[in-house]
Design a protein around this ligand. Structure first.
Ligand SMILES: *Cc1c(COP(=O)(O)O)cnc(C)c1O
Ligand code: SF4
Length: 366
């Protein structure tokens, strides 16, 4: 493994500079070869995938990959696999029909009181399982001032919108000034109560969480952040420090994981992840069934797998650590929470319930 010592972080004075991490992202098989061992066949397969979907991995996230183990959960989230070129018959380009629920460009309005603002198509890392892979990574630009104004005008004209979720792409891979421009504009809308930011930078580029960024965000409270840890190995000291800084800035931090075959689809791995998150003061929010986006069949588990995992954990670990398992309904139905089921029977005068160990209880329905 001596070959790989060149990436040792302690010798690189720029390592903790997020702009350096962005500029030095690994975007092809040749670049990956200084982090992991690749056979010529794997390199060829990566090249083939890159004709369909783009790749970018921060040096930080690449340094977490196992250099020899192809099944490494970090590596599988970052390195293109030939399976991505296979399209299953039920897979869709836009499985959540976001384009049909978009009243103005860059905005998805699906639920009555909240909207999704797509602030950029750029990310610091392009996750291989990305649900929005049809657009993410296609164009490296942030929302323009005119587009932002149009989205803000729509929100202004719809006073029932009290929650604006700024996502993308990853809004925090943009510079402080751009982030502030967007957040400040949304905050000027009187009926917007909370602003949420969806970002994976605490996981893939934790050095982005600078005191300067947090000082900006603090000015526009209340802000909530949701991030995206999928595996306990992602909870490095750096990632945990980034989470601590966010929470210390008074920003509640949640996590949305995707259930991924061979990465986190067993109760023990999921338990380690969830307990690690709670220790880092990150509240598990959703566990997503992997969407029907194109080229993801190698990541997808049966729905029953997620139910089984949540059932195995419920009651056995703190309620704080248990996310809601959801399917984002194909066609734009929104997120639907699914099982496990604890109501065994509903009768006119009583409920029959099952507890976490499977014992039955009746409770009067009066
Ligand atoms: C997920 C999502 C939201 C936020 O939903 P919550 O359940 O409140 O977290 C809002 N709009 C769209 C289009 C979404 O996909
Ligand atoms: S950070 Fe989010 S939007 Fe970006 S590639 Fe990963 S899953 Fe997709």
């Amino acid at each position: 493994m001596e070959n790989f010592s060149s990436v040792n972080t302690s010798f690189n004075p720029s390592w903790n500079d997020w702009k350096w991490q962005m500029q030095n992202r690994i975007t092809d098989a040749v670049g990956l070869a200084s982090y992991i061992s690749l056979t010529s066949r794997e390199s060829a397969e990566i090249d083939q995938c890159l004709q369909h979907f783009r790749m970018a991995v921060t040096p930080y996230y690449a340094s977490l990959m196992d250099p020899v183990d192809q099944s490494c959960p970090i590596r599988r989230q970052a390195v293109p696999a030939i399976a991505e070129t296979y399209l299953a018959p039920y897979e869709l380009r836009d499985p959540l029909a976001e384009e049909n629920s978009s009243p103005v460009p860059n905005l998805v309005h699906r639920y009555p009181d909240r909207v999704l603002l797509l602030a950029t198509h750029m990310c610091s890392m392009y996750c291989r399982h990305c649900t929005r892979r049809r657009v993410v990574g296609q164009e490296d630009r942030a929302i323009t001032s005119a587009e932002l104004e149009r989205a803000a005008a729509y929100i202004e004209a719809n006073p029932q919108i009290r929650d604006v979720l700024i996502s993308g792409g990853d809004p925090l891979c943009m510079g402080d000034a751009v982030v502030e421009r967007i957040v400040a504009r949304v905050r000027r809308i009187a009926h917007v109560q909370i602003i949420r930011i969806g970002t994976r930078v605490p996981v893939v580029m934790p050095m982005r969480i600078t005191s300067g960024l947090l000082a900006i965000l603090k000015k526009y409270q209340p802000i909530w952040i949701n991030t995206h840890f999928n595996h306990p190995r992602e909870l490095t000291d750096e990632a945990r420090a980034a989470c601590a800084a966010i929470v210390d800035a008074g920003i509640p931090l949640g996590n949305q994981s995707v259930l991924l075959k061979g990465i986190n689809d067993d109760a023990e791995t999921m338990k380690q992840l969830l307990l690690g998150l709670v220790q880092a003061r990150v509240r598990p929010y959703y566990l997503y069934q992997c969407d029907l986006s194109q080229g993801l069949s190698h990541f997808r588990t049966p729905v029953s797998k997620g139910v089984e995992i949540i059932q195995a954990l419920t009651g056995n670990i703190s309620g704080y650590a248990i996310p809601k398992f959801v399917i984002d309904a194909p066609g734009g139905g929104g997120k639907i929470p699914i099982g496990p089921e604890y109501v065994v029977a509903v009768e006119p005068d009583r409920f029959v319930l099952k507890n976490y160990t499977g014992d039955l209880y009746t409770y009067p329905n009066i």
